[in-house]
Design a protein around this ligand. Structure first.
Ligand code: FES
Ligand code: FES
Length: 165
């Protein structure tokens, strides 16, 4: 079967991009294979694990479930968009400081989700963080330190509203 391609334009980590993608391509495949954003991970491919979490227009989504063409005209942020020339995003730094990272595979999705939760509720409680991160699975099962890190960012109110200022 011939694959149909369509041209899309959107903002990726604050920069405009345009490319042709097959209409059947998932956003995750486009980000990783066409745009080099390999920080976003492929694990279950079925919306169950959160490894592929990105932000679209300020909301987190599982990019393995979304079609690339649906990024057209939107603001897309991946884990690569969080770091600034000054250094790691406060949420990234807190994960490092609290030893929340084990193998690291789930971390981009976990951090994207945690940052979004904190941006929408700077006074996020531990319980709210736990509920908000339920869709992000860690095979290394290091959830306690993840929650410690999120709690620390909430306590110091250092998250900031935007993913990539
Ligand atoms: S790879 Fe998308 S939810 Fe698991
Ligand atoms: S740190 Fe290994 S899967 Fe989460």
């Amino acid at each position: 079967m011939m694959s149909v391609e369509t041209e899309i334009r959107f903002s990726l980590n604050g920069r405009p991009v345009s490319l042709k993608v097959p209409t059947t391509m998932k956003a995750l495949a486009m980000l990783r294979d066409r745009l080099g954003m390999t920080g976003t991970k492929y694990a279950c491919g079925e919306g169950e694990c959160g490894a592929c979490t990105i932000e679209i227009d300020g909301k987190t989504v599982n990019s393995c479930l979304m079609y690339a063409v649906d990024c057209d005209g939107r603001e897309v942020v991946t884990i690569e968009g969080l770091r600034t020339p000054e250094g790691l995003h406060p949420v990234q730094q807190a994960f490092v400081d609290h030893g929340a990272v084990q193998c690291g595979f789930c971390m981009p999705g976990m951090i994207m989700q945690a940052r979004n939760l904190l941006a929408n509720n700077p006074e996020l409680t531990r319980e709210q963080a736990q509920r908000g991160l339920e869709g992000n699975l860690c095979r290394c099962t290091g959830y306690t330190k993840v929650l410690d890190a999120v709690e620390a960012v909430a306590a110091t109110n250092t998250c900031g509203g935007r993913a990539n200022p």
